[in-house]
Design a protein around this ligand. Structure first.
Ligand code: PBG
Length: 331
C-alpha cells in the first residue's frame, strides 16, 4: 500500500463513511451471502431418528427421512448445499460401508437428489466412520498404510458420484488420494464430478465434538501421522499445490478460525475456489458461551463467518448455515 497517496487527517476522516448503516453497507469490502454456505449433516439408518450430539447443540444424527426434512428447511432458507457424513450400521477393517452400493451416504444422496434437484449434494469421502479402528486409512501392525487406502477412497468417491453426488470431498489426508479419486471418477464416467479436497487439514483438537457425531474417534493413537501439524504453514501451501496438481477443483482449509492466515495465503497464492470449514469445536465454543449468556450467538457467528470471507474463503462450511441464512434474510 502506497501511504503517500492515502489521505491524511483532517482531509481524510474515516468516520465519514461510518455514519449510517446504509453508508457502512455501501462501502463494505466483504459480504456474507447465503449462496456461500454449506451445511454439514450426519446420516444414519432408520426412520424418524433424530439423535442429538451432546457437544453440538442443534446438530443431530438423522435417518434419511429426517435428514431430508432438515435439508428442505435449510434449502428453503436459501442454503444451496449440504455436506454429508455417514454412520454405517457395521464397521469393519476394509471400510466396506464407505463404498457399499446401498450404503447410508449413497441412499441419502439418492433421496436428496430425487426430492431436491436444485440442491448441491457434497459427500465427505473418508474411511474413519466405516473402520472398526476409526482411522482414515487401512491399518496394519498399528500403522496407517497410505497406498492401500487409496483404492478404497477412490471406490468410495466413485460410488458417491454414481449415487448422484454433485461434488466429492476427500478428508482422509492420505498422499495421492486426489489423483486416485480423479482417475477413478474419470474411468467410471464421472469426468464432470468436481473434487473439493480437504487440502490443508490439520490434526486439530477442534474436531473433538465431531468424533461423537460421526462415531469416528480412533481406537488407538491419533491422526498426527496423516493430518498436518498445526505449526506448519509452508507445508500447508505444498499440500494445497499437490492437490491442485492432482486435480482438485476446490481446496479447503480446516479448521477455519484458527487458520485465517492460511485461508488468506491459499487464496492469494493459488486463486482457486477456496473453502473454509468452521469445525465442530468452533461451533461448540460459540454455542456454549452463548448458552451462558456470555456472547451474542448471532453476532459472533456472523462476524466469524465474515472473517473467513475477509481472509479469502469463497465457501463457508458451517453447522450454523441454516441459522446464518435466517439471520441474513432478517437483515
Ligand atoms: C473425517 C472428518 C473429520 C472432520 C471432517 N471429516 C474428523 C477428523 O478428521 O477427525 C472434522 C469436522 C468437524 O470437526 O466439524 N476424517
Amino acid at each position: 500500500m502506497n501511504l503517500s497517496v492515502i489521505g491524511q487527517f483532517p482531509a481524510y476522516r474515516p468516520r465519514r463513511l461510518r455514519q449510517s448503516a446504509a453508508l457502512r453497507q455501501l462501502v463494505a469490502e466483504t459480504r456474507l451471502n447465503v449462496s456461500q454456505l454449506v451445511l454439514p449433516l450426519f446420516a444414519r439408518s432408520g426412520k424418524k431418528v433424530c439423535r442429538p450430539i451432546a457437544a453440538m447443540p442443534g446438530v443431530f444424527q438423522f435417518s434419511p427421512d429426517e435428514l431430508l426434512r432438515e435439508t428442505i428447511r435449510a434449502h428453503t432458507l436459501g442454503v444451496p448445499a449440504v455436506l454429508l457424513f455417514g454412520i454405517p450400521d457395521r464397521k469393519d477393517t476394509k471400510a466396506s460401508g464407505a463404498f457399499a452400493k446401498n450404503g447410508i451416504v449413497q441412499q441419502t444422496v439418492r433421496l436428496l437428489k430425487k426430492e431436491l434437484p436444485s440442491l448441491l449434494v457434497i459427500t465427505d469421502v473418508c474411511l474413519c466412520e466405516y473402520m472398526e479402528h476409526g482411522h482414515c486409512g487401512v491399518v496394519q501392525g498399528g500403522k496407517i498404510l497410505n497406498d492401500p487406502s487409496l483404492k478404497l477412497l477412490a471406490r468410495a468417491a466413485a460410488s458417491h458420484a454414481e449415487a448422484g453426488a454433485d461434488i466429492v470431498a476427500p478428508s482422509d489426508m492420505m498422499d495421492g488420494r486426489v489423483r486416485a479419486i480423479r482417475t477413478e471418477l474419470d474411468r467410471t464416467g464421472f469426468a464432470d464430478t468436481p473434487i473439493m479436497s480437504y487440502a490443508a487439514k490439520f490434526a486439530s483438537a477442534f474436531y473433538g465434538p465431531f468424533r461423537e457425531a460421526a462415531e469416528s474417534a480412533p481406537k488407538f493413537g491419533d491422526r498426527r501421522s496423516y493430518q498436518m501439524n498445526p505449526a506448519n504453514a509452508n507445508e500447508a501451501l505444498r499440500e494445497v499445490a499437490l492437490d491442485i496438481q492432482e486435480g482438485a477443483d476446490i481446496v479447503m482449509v480446516k479448521p477455519a478460525l484458527a487458520c485465517l492466515d492460511l485461508i488468506y495465503r491459499v487464496k492469494t497464492e493459488f486463486g482457486y475456489p477456496t473453502a473454509a470449514y468452521a469445525v465442530s469445536g468452533e461451533h461448540a465454543m460459540i454455542k456454549a458461551a452463548a448458552a451462558n449468556g456470555w456472547i451474542d450467538e448471532r453476532a459472533v457467528t456472523l462476524e466469524s463467518l465474515l472473517a473467513m470471507r475477509r481472509a479469502g474463503a469463497d465457501i463457508l462450511i458451517t453447522y450454523a448455515a441454516a441459522d446464518a441464512a435466517r439471520w441474513l434474510k432478517a437483515g
